[in-house]
Design a protein around this ligand. Structure first.
Ligand code: IDP
Ligand code: MG
Length: 144
């Protein structure tokens, strides 16, 4: 997942990380950077033919983002549910975009949409790999 420049500018990093933490996901990678054009283009390669692509690359490279790797059972699906619909005006209240967003482009957070894209995106943003650790409180997150 990645807090986009609008989320960082609006001071929502702690709020967003807190939601994933409280849900029970385990943080296995965290970093902040101003993305290069190369990494932004690679990340959004699937959208390269779309009319909004140039604006999206300009936006994502405009300032710091916060990249996060989270671990959990069905973490991708769970995270997408917490994130909400792409356009904040359509997103359900209680979701991140539903609570804080009013726009399609400025929607504060990116979340991988499938295991294959997650693997690709983790390799792109965390080439050094992610952390292996166990959380003591996870025994109270999952029954078994
Ligand atoms: P997602 O972030 O909910 O997975 P995608 O359809 O994969 O949404 O689009 C990637 C990102 O591209 C969106 O999060 C949004 O920032 C931007 N985007 C998508 N559609 C539009 C659009 O019609 N106008 C402007 N930006 C868009
Ligand atoms: Mg997407």
């Amino acid at each position: 997942m990645m807090v986009k420049p609008d989320g960082v500018q609006r001071g929502l990093v702690g709020e967003i990380i807190g939601r994933f933490e409280r849900k029970g996901l385990r943080l296995v990678g965290l970093k902040s950077m101003v993305p290069s054009e190369n990494i932004a283009r690679a990340h959004y390669d699937v959208h390269k033919e779309r009319p909004f692509f140039p604006g999206l690359i300009k936006f994502i490279t405009s300032g710091p983002v916060v990249c996060m790797a989270w671990h959990g059972v069905e973490a991708i699906k769970v995270a997408r549910t917490l994130i909400g619909a792409t356009n904040g005006r359509d997103a359900t209240p209680g979701t991140i975009r539903g609570d804080f967003g009013m726009d399609m482009g400025y929607n504060m957070i990116h979340g991988s949409d499938a295991p294959e894209t997650a693997e690709f995106e983790l390799g792109l943003w965390f080439p050094e790999g992610t952390m292996e650790w166990s959380s003591d409180h996870e025994k109270w997150v999952y029954e078994s």
